[in-house]
Design a protein around this ligand. Structure first.
Ligand code: ADP
Ligand code: MG
Length: 314
């Protein structure tokens, strides 16, 4: 990853009738990074991608991809990007090789170039030996790899992957991320949407979209360290239920939740809180085995941010 921007988005908006699907979002994707785009169904991820690749008109705002203004130079942009849509658009009655060939033609490659690229792409997506198989005979995981292959046949600088891992098994998902990493090592920039939070950890940076709005962006580590102002403590006790009831009654403690033999709470001041909890529990005859500060997970962060957003909205 370097400091040159591969994608620049400024104040991008899209309405369908009176419904605002994308609401004034701005972000940058740096060359050579994996940029993760997270959000629940209906958040506006696909609509954003469709504007970025030039298939959906932009209502307001500016989008620069690979140095070109998508609104003004859609065809130039098309030549330097790859796109894998949410529903892999493969021709099921064509073979692996024929699908790759077809996409090569669509991207305007010459015959010889296509043949050369097909063998390179087959190696990249690890489908060597399956070139004569019909797409419909492939498993979900292999179809997904073929769809990726079709989107990179013309060696694009930037690829857009819209929920590439939904609907495939966990092992295929992990293998797929390995392929993405290989592409990035070769210098490709990747923008990928997902609703699997654990996949956010594979990204250099992520952004979270909610109801058309961008509500957070940064590295996974930055978001975990900076999104929740309060400290999260993990408390281990021999009387977990009693301890939980006691902690729930304290108005200076929030978000009390139980995880097996542990309780998570959210507080302002770590040292003061620890002291008060030890005293409280001692006087109620509840033994505390351990109290420690923990880093919130991305799941904690996203739930917190979305709830914060919803409470401001209502
Ligand atoms: N062509 C369209 N016409 C009307 N509404 C649309 C259209 N495309 C998307 N939407 C709406 O915009 C919102 C965002 O959709 P989408 O971008 O597909 O979200 P995501 O990809 O995050 O699931 C949804 O409420 C969806 O119903
Ligand atoms: Mg979508």
């Amino acid at each position: 990853m370097n400091n040159e921007s591969a994608i620049t988005v400024r104040n991008l908006s899209k309405k369908f009738g009176s419904f605002i699907a994308v609401d004034d979002i701005s972000f940058d994707v740096m060359k050579g990074e994996i940029f993760g785009f997270l959000g629940a169904n209906g958040a506006g991820k696909s609509t954003t991608i469709r504007m970025l690749i030039g298939v959906l008109s932009i209502d307001k705002g500016e989008v620069i991809v690979g140095g070109y203004d998508v609104g003004r130079k859609p065809d130039t942009v098309k030549g330097i990007i790859g796109y894998m849509s949410q529903k892999f658009s493969l021709y099921t009655d064509l073979t692996v090789e024929e699908n790759l060939h077809f996409y090569g033609r669509t991207y305007g490659l010459e015959k010889e170039e296509i043949s050369k690229r097909i063998s390179q792409v087959l190696a990249t997506i690890k489908l060597n030996g399956r070139e004569k198989a019909k797409a419909e005979e492939l498993s979900g995981g292999l179809k997904q790899r073929l769809a990726l292959g079709c989107s990179i046949i013309h060696k694009p600088e930037i690829i857009f992957l819209d929920e590439p891992t939904s609907g495939v098994d966990p092992i295929s998902r992990r293998n797929f991320w390995e392929l993405i990493n290989n592409l990035v090592e070769d210098g490709t920039t990747v923008l990928v949407t997902t609703h699997f939070l654990e996949e956010a950890e594979y990204c250099n940076r992520i952004m979270l979209m909610h109801s058309g709005k961008l509500i957070a962006q940064g590295t996974p580590k930055h978001l975990k360290q900076n999104s929740i102002r309060n400290t999260i403590l993990d408390i281990e006790s021999n009387k977990i239920v009693e301890a939980m009831e006691l902690l729930q009654r304290q108005d200076w403690i929030s978000d009390v939740s139980i995880f097996g033999r542990h309780i998570h709470i959210s507080i302002d001041d770590e040292e003061k809180a620890k002291e008060r909890i030890y005293k409280l529990c001692q006087s109620s005859n509840i033994e505390i085995i351990n109290i420690r500060k923990i880093m919130p997970s991305l799941e904690d962060v996203f739930i917190h941010l979305v709830e914060e957003k919803n409470s401001h909205a209502s």
